[in-house]
Write a protein that binds this ligand. Structure first.
Ligand code: PMP
Length: 406
């Protein structure tokens, strides 16, 4: 890569120089969670060493400092995703929480025979909360089908859209196959029938900077841990009007204006949805992670990941009997594959002994595996700090595993 000094970038990530099972770590499980740069690791310690206090409460100095840092992080994220207002950016514990919050809120808006739409490409966390919503309200779950390339069938999407659809929940990028969905187009079409749109951006934010105003999505959710941030924090972006319309999810401290035993009134946004003491350290440090990724630069990240994807795809396809699932025209740096007659789990176990971390299984997307009629795949997901040398090690290891298992 001409633009990035990968060796220098790699020194930002202490874990990458570790040995695992006596071999240099090759970490290709970035879709599950990314590794963390030293600035992020240090920022967590600094928070606890210097300003740890509860936020939005006491008048004392540390509480003020912690509150300021937390709110500055919110503004950083607002700018990063180009939200119109900081109060449209809610801190959550992660993508799963954000989707559940919205699905729970829609229970107050749906009637029997209304429809909720998801796609065939979703992670379980963007399926199950909507099923629970449908059970509660009598609404019907409608699924946008996909084709054998792992692309959503847009003509079917348009056919299924009607004024019965109240919300469309679809991922920006599929975790199991890497497909990048044409969400801008899908949002426009959903709005034409009056449906709201929630975008699951969990797999997008490690690779790109979403512009929520340009997309015009009603909700956009993601997790910090997949974009170089800590676990335990995520973001739910929602348009102000929608967040005012939805009821609170959790009741408790921090989310109220006034409490009496007769009646409670709720706080203004964003606090209405932020009951209780949040993960303060992670919330602050998510801002550090966003700064780090911007300092690397998303163009550089995309360039490096594209090179890795092309190189690994070519090398893997040289292996006889290897089949890649998900061949969408636009996909991110994810390769999901199987080798004829060999269970993915067996390959994952052997290459782990060689220091290589990949994910094997259904990737929390069982409907996709059912579509292809397979138990699961081996998924290698690359980040900008991965290298072609690592891909060579990985491909050799897969060949070795194949020989051992054939
Ligand atoms: N959606 C997608 C597309 C994902 O990849 C993931 C994480 N694997 C999630 C949702 C859930 O994210 P989290 O576990 O961080 O809540």
């Amino acid at each position: 890569n001409k633009m990035l000094d990968i060796n220098k970038i790699r020194t930002d990530f202490p874990i990458l120089s570790q040995k695992v099972n006596g071999k240099p770590l090759v970490y290709f499980d970035n879709g599950a969670t990314s590794q963390k740069p030293q600035v992020v690791i240090d920022a967590i310690a600094t928070y606890y060493e210097e300003i740890n206090a509860n936020i939005h409460r006491g008048v004392h100095t540390l509480s003020q400092l912690a509150t300021d840092a937390y709110e500055e992080s919110r503004i950083k994220i607002q700018n990063h995703i180009n939200a119109k207002f900081a109060h449209e950016v809610l801190f959550t514990s992660g993508t799963t929480f954000g989707i559940n919050l919205v699905a729970n809120g829609f229970a107050s808006l749906l009637k029997p025979n209304d429809e909720v739409m998801v796609s065939a490409l979703e992670h379980h966390s963007n399926i199950v909360p909507w099923q629970m919503l449908c059970e509660k309200t009598g609404a019907k779950l409608v699924v946008i089908p996909m084709d054998e390339n792992g692309e959503l069938i847009l003509s079917e999407y348009e056919r299924l859209l009607s004024d019965k659809i109240k919300i469309v929940a679809v991922n920006h990028i599929s975790n199991a196959l890497g497909t990048v969905n044409p969400i801008k187009y899908m949002i426009t079409k959903a709005h034409e029938v009056g449906a709201a749109v929630l975008i699951d951006g969990a797999q997008a934010v490690p690779h790109l900077k979403p512009d929520v105003q340009e997309l015009d999505c009603d909700f956009y959710v993601f997790s910090g841990h997949k974009m170089c941030g800590p676990t335990g924090v995520g973001i739910l972006y929602g348009k102000e009007a929608w967040l005012n319309k939805l009821p609170p999810y959790l009741g408790g401290g921090e989310m109220i204006k006034e409490v009496t035993f007769e009646k409670t009134t709720y706080a203004d946004l964003p606090h209405k949805f932020e009951a209780g003491t949040p993960n303060i350290a992670s919330g602050i440090v998510l801002g550090t992670a966003v700064d780090y990724m911007n300092s690397v630069g998303f163009e550089n990240i995309q360039q490096q990941e594209k090179e890795l994807l092309i190189y690994a795809t070519e090398k893997l396809l040289e292996i006889e009997g290897l089949k890649i699932f998900g061949t969408a025209a636009t996909k991110t740096s994810v390769i999901s594959f199987n080798i004829d007659g060999i269970h993915p789990y067996d390959i994952g176990t052997i290459i782990d002994k060689l220091g290589i971390a990949v994910r094997t299984g259904h990737h929390c997307a069982q409907p996709i595996m059912n579509y292809f009629n397979i138990p699961g795949t081996i998924r290698a997901s690359f980040a900008f700090y991965n290298t072609k040398e690592e891909i060579d090690i990985f491909v050799e290891a897969v060949k070795k595993a194949k020989t051992m298992l054939s």
